[in-house]
Design a protein. Structure first.
Length: 237
């Protein structure tokens, strides 16, 4: 029987209150619920605070270059199709530097679960605007405000990704269910996680999200309707 303790890793170096803690807990819960032993999993990451997550678990880990998480994950899955491959990235790493790889992995439908920690800011390099920063978001690199943000959900749907989901780091149990579904899905599974950064993003806080997030499945949503999915992807704020 697989236990949470089986996935115990190194000591974390994230800030207190970081949304990464919720994502880490949800991932461990999902793998344990699916009775997946650590030796069956490969976690691939790039650079950034999100990229540290595999080091805080136990199992097979490959820490790749900035933005190159998906090519490495794809190669590993091709080399060993029996591996459960989970790619982990932040919004800067995954949607900025790795944006082209994201589009092509989605359209190729590679059998990978892509867990993106979307805190809308570059955390490791101290608070620069990321591709998903809100329009007008003021940072050291955008003193006059950030440009129109990238919409990763809409982009994934447009690229014909076969599984697209969005969770919230503040709802660990629901996020764990999404991760379970993503891992079980045969094909490319994007799970974009709305994740507060208490140190560098003082707008999109836990309180801000809790006033806005809701569960689609509680509102009669049909996940097989692509047009409806694209319409939902436009909701924000």
């Amino acid at each position: 029987m697989v236990k949470i303790a089986d996935y115990a890793g190194g000591k974390t170096a994230w800030c207190p209150g970081c949304g990464n803690f919720g994502i880490l807990t949800a991932l461990k819960q999902a793998l344990v619920a699916l009775e997946i032993e650590p030796y069956r999993v490969l976690m691939v990451s790039g650079i950034g605070q999100a990229g540290k997550l595999p080091h805080y678990t136990k199992g097979n880990v490959f820490n790749s270059l900035h933005g190159r998480t998906l090519p490495v994950a794809t190669g590993a899955k091709i080399a060993n199709p029996e591996l459960i491959v989970i790619a982990v990235a932040g919004d800067g790493d995954g949607y900025g530097e790795g944006g082209n790889h994201f589009i092509n992995a989605a359209r190729r439908n590679n059998d990978i679960t892509y867990l993106v920690h979307n805190n809308q800011v570059y955390g490791l390099t101290k608070g620069q605007a990321s591709p998903t920063s809100d329009f007008g978001f003021v940072t050291k690199t955008t003193p006059h405000g950030a440009d129109v943000p990238l919409n990763p959900i809409a982009l994934a749907i447009a690229a014909d990704a076969s599984f697209v989901a969005r969770g919230f780091a503040g709802d660990v149990n629901h996020l764990s269910q999404l991760i379970m579904q993503g891992v079980q899905h045969q094909g490319f599974a994007l799970i974009d996680v709305l994740q507060p950064c208490p140190t560098f993003n003082h707008k999109n806080t836990y309180a801000w999200y809790r006033e806005r997030v809701y569960k689609l499945e509680e509102n009669g949503y049909d996940p097989g309707n692509k047009l409806a999915a694209f319409e939902k992807a436009q909701e924000w704020g």
